[in-house]
Design a protein around this ligand. Structure first.
Ligand code: PHE
Ligand code: FE
Length: 294
């Protein structure tokens, strides 16, 4: 997600804004919009096995931790022991919500990412992590992108939210507000929690595709679980190298969609003013009067 704004020359590799390590993935096979063909024949038996192990491990712990909408749709991914064919999955998704899956070589620049989302195409990295990376992989791979993100694209409200986010991202680029908008993605699409009558549940892909954070996010006494508030969230920093110290909790996907529907131009201004006056909020901090879930 932390990627530079390099001009898209189709074959230009994407590099991280922070850090010097080149990204994994062969960008020479991508076209101008950064999409590429899913090289299905290149998956080895070991690759499919890695997918199957990750899939089985996550499925086993979904009950009581993942939201119902995710559990209802996860079977749409297809056979649990094979990396899905993106085309077949796209066909099912298209019928459900009009979304498609497109292959990409790895992380792509923000503008390209936003443009794909705005046209209801979700970019999925086609390579899978190595066996020794089962518990932790630095960049998103096909397991994170598919298992984490695709099931909720079968939910009509969430699907619309993702498209709106893409359009909002294109606007944020013009307003130089990508950093604030990225926090919204991080604390909802990647690490969001939802309150249900049965208790808190995860809907964020970063949680749902993680062996350890799924339990941590719902059951651990350590992190703060704060009621969703758009401007507060945009002032909050996040951690990319450990479990989250703060999660934000929505009451429903409708609430999320409605809270983010208004024009963000005045929101960005208000958040910037507030940051100038009072600073950003560190993850793990609860502010006076704030509603937290326990
Ligand atoms: N309403 C936002 C804007 O005007 C667009 C958006 C929708 C952004 C949903 C994020 C998520 O920028
Ligand atoms: Fe992700």
């Amino acid at each position: 997600m932390i990627i530079d704004k390099a001009l898209n020359r189709g074959v230009a590799p994407v590099t991280y804004g922070e850090g010097t390590r080149p990204p994994r993935g062969d960008y020479s096979r991508a076209s101008a919009d950064y999409t590429c063909a899913q090289l299905y024949q290149q998956y080895s038996a070991a690759d499919h096995q890695t997918y199957a192990r990750l899939y089985a491990r996550q499925m086993a712990q979904l009950p009581g931790l993942a939201c119902d909408e995710f559990i209802a749709a996860v079977r749409q991914l297809g056979a649990p022991e094979l990396i899905p064919h993106f085309d077949a999955l796209s066909e099912r998704l298209m019928k459900a919500t009009g979304w498609q899956i497109v292959a990409v070589p790895g992380l792509i620049p923000e503008e390209a990412f936003f443009a794909l989302l705005a046209s209801r195409r979700f970019p999925v990295t086609d390579w899978i992590r190595r066996p020794q990376e089962l518990d932790y992989v630095v960049e998103p791979d096909v397991f994170h992108d598919l298992f984490g993100h695709v099931p909720l694209l079968f939910n009509p409200v969430f699907a619309d939210y993702m498209q709106a986010y893409g359009a909002g991202g294109m606007k944020a680029s013009r307003l130089d507000a990508c950093e604030l908008l990225a926090r919204l993605y991080w604390y909802t699409v990647e690490f969001g929690l939802i309150a249900t009558p049965a208790g808190l549940r995860a809907y964020g892909a970063g949680i749902l595709s993680s062996a350890g954070e799924l339990r941590h996010s719902i059951r651990s006494p350590e992190p703060q679980r704060i009621a969703f508030d758009l401007k507060r969230l945009m002032r909050t920093k996040y951690r990319i190298d450990s479990y989250q110290a703060s999660y934000f909790v929505v009451e429903s996907f409708d609430q999320l969609f409605e809270a983010t529907a208004p024009d963000f131009s005045p929101v960005y201004r208000a958040v910037r003013d507030r940051i100038t006056a009072e600073g950003e909020v560190d993850a793990g901090i609860v502010l006076p009067g704030e509603r937290v879930f326990s």
